[in-house]
Design a binder for this molecule. Structure first.
Ligand code: ASP
Ligand code: MG
Length: 449
């Protein structure tokens, strides 16, 4: 959703998919980050700077509409509608920023109100631009359709309410309209704006794929599908043709950034295939995610996530005692921090967490129970593959490939499809490369003539 050229391409893709397509869009590139920065800047004292940031957003969107319509008289109505919407959103933003600045406080609720503006802009404008190209399009405001609970910043969809409201979307679809809706944001039962969390547009798309009973859910992004590893860092990483729901979910959760981790859940429910495709290379097959995708190799992909934290809790009282683990996890529950990986020994338990928020509090509370060690700057590497545990020697090969790297933690996911290790941040890329070369050797070492 970068610029007018990308918008034209997006509309081409939608047009080719055909009338009766529901499209969920994210904000234009960089907008959500700018909005968040503007909110933080306003809170920290500089309303002027915050206003400059939102002014750049205003100009950028006007520019997209202008170059899309080419300033032609013929599209005057579209341009007027767009400009009016942009100004309305800007007024709203200005009010929010003023409130945040005046109170010197930025609550998760306010942040959701501000960060939703990116999608509220892009979706309305794209629906209008679609009209300019002769498409019978209609804008659906996600605030009305994506009903959620009130956990700002990580709202949970209320599927009952969403199904009920989606009848209207189904009606539009049946009429053959092109429906355009913003991803990422919605509203709670009091109509207060909420968001699903960063990258949540994918999740919105699959929620509505389920709600309107779609034939397929297509995630159009800027890479050609899910890769065997992150191609920006790992040589010879390649796009995976097909992958099962479980594997894709595991990969997304453990570091593959292409998809929001929750995207798979709604699709699984009605067995709707999910395609991950490249907007800028629309003929590339990308990745097809479906229930019983087969695989010849034991390892399907190797994901990694840097900057995670390992927390180790050690207590001799844990020995033969019950309730110790419960006490440890209660601390995380109380602080609403999710734990990714767990491994235990007789007297200790190690866990990884992704976010640094509340770590100080968690550490203090854990120290009331036991002694605590925290290791920052760690990286989680996950081998994912549904045939991994059925095949012999995968763990042996993995650890052999990793023999040069000190390993802080090991966990074989109980899902049977995940083997994870934790290494130092600085070793992450080299370790993943070593694993990739080991498990995808035919590509790593091209045949000699
Ligand atoms: N615009 C939101 C974000 O940047 C949601 C998304 O793009 O999926 O996090
Ligand atoms: Mg995204």
């Amino acid at each position: 959703m970068k610029d007018a050229v990308a918008w034209k391409q997006v509309l081409n893709i939608i047009k080719n998919t055909g009338p009766g397509t529901l499209t969920v869009v994210s904000a234009t590139s960089g907008t959500t980050n700018s909005l968040i920065l503007a909110a933080e800047t306003a809170k920290n004292g500089s309303l002027g700077q915050a206003r400059e940031l939102i002014n750049a957003i205003r100009e950028n969107h006007k520019e997209i509409v202008d170059s899309f319509t080419g300033g032609s008289r013929e599209h005057k109505e579209v341009v007027d509608n767009c400009v009016a919407h942009i100004e309305k959103m800007m007024q709203l933003l200005d009010n929010y920023l003023l409130g945040i600045h005046t109170l010197g406080e930025l609550t998760p609720r306010s942040l959701d109100a501000v960060s939703s503006i990116g999608e509220r802009l892009s979706s309305f404008l794209l629906a209008e631009c679609a009209k300019a190209t002769g498409m019978d399009s209609v804008w659906a405001d996600a605030a009305h359709f994506l009903k959620t609970d009130s956990q700002f910043g990580a709202a949970v969809p209320d599927m009952g309410a969403i199904f009920e409201r989606s009848k209207k979307l189904i009606h539009y679809i049946d009429q053959g309209k092109f429906v355009v809706m913003g991803g990422f944001y919605g509203s709670d039962s009091q109509e207060v704006t909420t968001t699903l969390g960063r990258g949540g547009s994918d999740y919105s798309a699959s929620i509505f794929g389920l709600a309107v009973n779609a034939e397929a859910i297509e995630i159009w992004t800027d890479v050609s599908g899910m890769y065997t590893s992150d191609p920006r860092f790992v040589q010879h990483a390649f796009s995976i043709r097909e992958i099962s729901f479980n594997e894709a979910a595991e990969l997304a959760y453990f570091g593959a950034k292409v998809l929001h981790p929750a995207t798979i859940q709604p699709a699984v429910e009605k067995d709707i295939p999910v395609y991950v495709k490249n907007t800028f290379e629309s003929n590339h097959p990308g990745t097809r995610i479906f229930s019983d995708a087969d695989s010849d190799s034991p390892v399907r992909a190797i994901a990694f996530k840097k900057d995670i934290t390992v927390i180790t809790v050690i207590s001799s009282r844990m020995l033969l005692a019950w309730g110790f683990l419960a006490k440890v996890f209660a601390v995380f529950e109380k602080n609403k921090v999710s734990v990714d990986l767990v491994s235990t020994s007789e007297v200790s338990i190690s866990m990884t967490v992704d976010k640094k928020a509340r770590l100080d509090t968690i550490q203090k509370e854990l120290e009331d129970i036991a002694s605590v060690k925290i290791y920052y700057n760690q990286a989680l590497i996950s081998l994912v593959g549904k045939n991994m545990m059925k095949s012999k020697g995968v763990a042996a090969s993995a650890f052999d490939a990793l023999s040069d790297f000190p390993i802080r933690m090991i966990s074989q996911g109980s899902s049977d499809i995940n083997l994870s290790v934790v290494v130092e941040n600085d070793h992450a890329v080299a370790a993943v490369q070593a694993l990739h070369d080991r498990f995808f050797p035919e590509i790593a070492t091209p045949e000699k003539p």
